[in-house]
Ligand binder design. Structure first.
Ligand SMILES: *Cc1c(COP(=O)(O)O)cnc(C)c1O
Length: 404
């Protein structure tokens, strides 16, 4: 492939409709951040919002803030902001709890709607927490990602998948799998951890039954941000939350002795909302104001494609695991090398931040709101230098941290 010149890439960056959106983030100097798929960058307006909610709302207005500052509604207000990004109607998404807990709620609710079908079908590439949660709930059948559709039979009540594989970046066909699941009488639960904010998702148009997703990856809500739960509006009257907490009650402050589920998506709630984290996520989601998710996808495809091409050229010892067909990948690119951990450490020391997934995967996320083509170019130059010099062989880089 002909090496694109850096100036040409810089011109394309300047002409990108997302160029002004990068200004909405606080990005450290001297860092090329390719890990927004693990922890999104900090939106510039979040620190001010945190100061206000801590000092003015909590500190001054105290308990009155539940009403006057809308704390009690945050799961819904944030849910509606997310709904727009995943093709869902207002009132069908709630922001609460973690992805793992929401997956538990969604799959338990789906199973209860298909009581005569014991099996939950997933794929062997699914994220470990998803596998663990499913196995704690049901008989799980795990098949290779490309065999999912063929494995949906009359024993399967729920098909539970992650759209974009956290390890390889491979993307499932949500339309087709959901259709096949429904035709066989099963329900579809999708995990959007690597989709929401990274590519267009059309939950309603795909007729998805339940979905969950993550607040701290491409939605930039900060470490441990609340996750989200989607329930198709047609299922809201019948889907039962297996964790019957007071905030999922129709009237929590009636302190009734009987549990009566809330009518709408509020039935997906459990306990007291995580107000500070929800406020950070709420503020972070403002960076999406006026952003077209179609533009996000176009830039994402270009960034990931550029990275795949440049790495293929510059680093022949790194194997690309991510599909070359843009329709079959999300917004990350994964490379494979037996010394992947040390290479990722050597890169970080040189200001290029990606991450490592055992046993041998180097993972690079391209958050289109703040990653530019020139960043891709420069990151590959640094990666090439690390590979050619074998700088990663320094024993310092072999020391494992707890979080990789
Ligand atoms: C990141 C991620 C999670 C995270 O789950 P938490 O409960 O929020 O820690 C779950 N599933 C997938 C597929 C993920 O990528």
């Amino acid at each position: 492939m002909r090496r694109p010149d850096r100036d040409g890439l810089a011109r394309r960056d300047a002409a990108d409709p997302l160029a002004p959106v990068r200004e909405r983030f606080l990005l450290p100097d001297g860092i090329i951040y390719l890990d927004g798929n693990s922890l999104g960058a900090l939106p510039a307006s979040v620190p001010g919002r945190m100061r206000r909610i801590v000092e003015d709302e909590w500190g001054r207005d105290l308990i009155r803030s539940w009403n006057v500052h809308g704390w009690v509604d945050l799961p819904r207000t944030v849910g509606d902001r997310i709904a727009r990004l995943v093709g869902a109607a207002p009132g069908s998404v709630v922001a609460a709890d973690s992805t793992s807990v929401n997956l538990f709620k969604a799959v338990a609710a789906a199973r209860a709607l298909r009581p005569d079908r014991p099996v939950v079908l997933t794929d062997t590439g699914n994220f470990p927490t998803d596998r663990y949660v499913l196995e704690g709930l049901a008989d799980v059948r795990a098949v290779a990602p490309e065999e999912v559709e063929a494995a949906i039979d009359e024993t399967v009540g729920v098909v539970a998948l992650t759209e974009v594989d956290y390890r390889t970046g491979r993307r499932h066909d949500m339309v087709s799998i959901t259709r096949v699941a429904h035709a066989a009488g099963a329900l579809a639960v999708w995990d959007l951890a690597h989709s929401a904010g990274a590519l267009p998702v059309e939950l309603e148009a795909c007729d998805v039954d339940f979905a969950v997703g993550c607040g701290y990856k491409y939605l930039n809500g900060g470490p441990g941000a609340p996750a989200f739960l989607y329930v198709a509006p047609r299922l809201l009257p019948v889907a039962r939350n297996p964790i019957q907490g007071w905030f999922g009650h129709a009237d929590p402050f009636a302190f009734s002795s009987d549990f009566e589920p809330a009518r709408g998506i509020d039935r997906g709630r459990v306990g007291t909302p995580h107000v500070l984290s929800l406020a950070a996520l709420d503020e972070a989601l403002r960076v999406w104001d006026g952003v077209d998710i179609g533009d996000v996808r176009r830039t994402s495809v270009e960034l990931t494609g550029l990275f795949i091409d440049l790495v293929g050229d510059a680093c022949p010892s790194l194997e690309t695991m991510t599909p070359r067909d843009p329709a079959r990948r999300g917004s990350q690119v994964s490379l494979r090398h037996p010394d992947g951990y040390a290479i990722v450490q050597a890169l970080a020391e040189r200001g290029v931040i990606g991450d490592f997934r055992a046993p041998d995967v180097l993972r690079f996320g391209f958050a289109p709101l703040y990653v530019r083509r020139v960043d891709v170019h420069d990151a590959v130059e640094i990666l090439r230098e690390v590979m050619v010099s074998e700088a990663w062989r320094d024993p310092r880089h072999a020391v494992r941290n707890r979080v990789t």
